[in-house]
Design a protein around this ligand. Sequence first.
Ligand code: PSU
Ligand code: MN
Length: 289
Amino acid sequence: MRVALESTVITHGLPYPQNVETAFSLEQIVRDHGGEPATVGVLDGQIKIGMTADEIQRLAKEPVVFKAGVRELSIIISQKSCASTTVSATARLAYLNKIHVFATGGIGGVHPGPWDVSMDLFELSRTPIVVVSAGPKAILDLPGTYELLETIGVTVVGYQTDEMPAFYSRSSGIRLPRANNPAEIAAMLVQSRKLGLTNAILVFNPIPQDDEISNEEVEGWKTLSNQDLKESGKSGKEVTPYLLSRMAFHSGNRTVKSNRSLLENNVLLATRIGLEIEKLSNANKLRSI
Ligand code: PSU
Ligand code: MN
């Protein structure tokens, strides 16, 4: 049973060398719990559904690595470039390769201010796979992101919580439907495939309590990071990586530690869900759309 893992968090989400250490520890968690990790990326124009340790190292160190969402895949492949894949590209590539579950840290979403809405959300409305994340990334407009997920018909559940987690913190004040165990989530995917629905099942899994950072602290760093962003003049796909690196700076790297902890927690849950999907789909062939 394969669990897909995203690679933009390695190349653009975490600093070196924590990024490589994290990538390896995520793969090990999948193996330790009875799954097979498939870190997704593109090397010299070749799509990799599962990378070797050397390939992961290469992606982490390569001077020119693009951050590929689903719309950039055809460019990267035809130009034989190297790219990490975001949530949108990883979800699509995993689905095309018959992988049913995928773990990330935080999904992209609606940024505050001028129009900047992640491709992740739209991809989740047209790719029927389970995605486990710890909430929309803390730098985002959370109520706006939650509303847009509703508008485009993405199924969203909180894992053992009635509240949407907010990435570094377990609470946002936004209520959502609850799922109590991996088997329930697996059943949601199977039912949704039976109906021929196209949307993902997005599971919001709160960060472990010990690594939680309060919303007040996060807000302070967010304000400083958004000021830095204005001064930097960065736009488009550079916005998220830049803000994450400024959050790490202003927090004295506390956000990096929490980011790693929530990733590990998400990978563990994704593996458990994957094993349940495997049980159900053996009895009940999953229909593709
Ligand atoms: N989760 C993390 N760190 C990250 C990301 C997710 O903990 O860096 C990446 C994911 O690949 C996600 C991307 O798809 O950030 C969103 O970028 P944008 O807002 O530009 O769509
Ligand atoms: Mn964007």
